[in-house]
Design a protein around this ligand. Sequence first.
Ligand code: MN
Length: 300
Amino acid sequence: MLNQKDLIKKVKNYNKFLNPETLSKAYKFAVNAHKNQKRDSGDPYLSHPVAVADILSDLKLDSATIATGLLHDTIEDTKATYKAVEKEFGKEVADLVDGVTKISELEGKVIENSKAENIRKLILATSKDIRVLLVKIADRLHNMRTLNSITDENRRKRIAKETMEIYAPLSDRMGMNHIRDELEDLSFQKLNPEARNLVVERLSINKDNRENTFKEISKNFTKILKKNGVKAKIVGREKTPFSIWRKMQTKRVSLEQLTDIIGFRVIVQDIQTCYKVLGIFHSNWSTIPGRFKDYISTPK
Ligand code: MN
C-alpha cells in the first residue's frame, strides 16, 4: 500500500504546483474514517481507497480527483457526512465524493433488472463532472483486481457481469483503452473461465516464439525508420485473451486465423510524419486488401 508520503511524491512528479496539504489531509481523513473496517480479504479497508488514488495518479489526474479517490467511500460506508467533507475539503471535492457515492447507491438499486444501456446513460447523467466517472472506474478496477477475495460467489458473478456490461463500455467511451482491456479480461475470467483458459493455453504454446518475433520486428522497424530519418517511438501491444475470444466469436474464425494477436504502434510527432512512415512501410511490405484503414482522413 502506498503511504502518504509516496503518494504525494508520485503526484508531485507530474504536478509541480501541487499543494500537498489537501492530499495529506485526505489521506488522514481516510485513515480515520475507515480505521475499524476490513475488506473481505481481511486487509485493512484503507488499502482500497489508497489503491484507487494510486490508479488515478497513474492517469496523472488533478489533486481534487486524487483526494476524491481517497475519500470516495467515506460518505457511503462510514459516518462521515457531505457536510464534514465539505468543511474539510471544500465544495469541489465534496461534490465529487457525493457524485461517486450516488453512482454506488444506484448500483445497489437498479442494476438487477435494468438494461445495461439505460444504466450506462444514468451513470453518465449522474456524473455531471467527468472526474466522478474517472474515480468510479478506478474504484471498479481495483475491486475487479481483488475480486477473488470476495467470499460470496453470486456477488462476485454479479460484479463481473456489471463490469463487462457497464464499466468496460464506459471506459471505452472515455478512451481509456488499457483500463477497458483489463476490466474486460478480469470479468471474462470470472464469467467464462473455461473459454479463457482455452485461449490462454493456446497462446502459451507460441509464447517464446512470439516474444522473439516481437523483438526482431521492433528492431527491424527502428532500423528502417532511422535510415529514413524518422524519429519514432515503437510500442507493441498484445491482445488480451478476452479480445481474442470476442474476435473469434464475432468473426467466426479460429485462433490461427487471427492476424493481429500482436500489433505495433509507431508514434511520431505529427500527421505529416505519420503519412511518411506509412509510405515507408508500404514500400517495404504489402497491405492486405480491404484491411487498411486511415483514421486520420476518416476518423472512427
Ligand atoms: Mn470503493
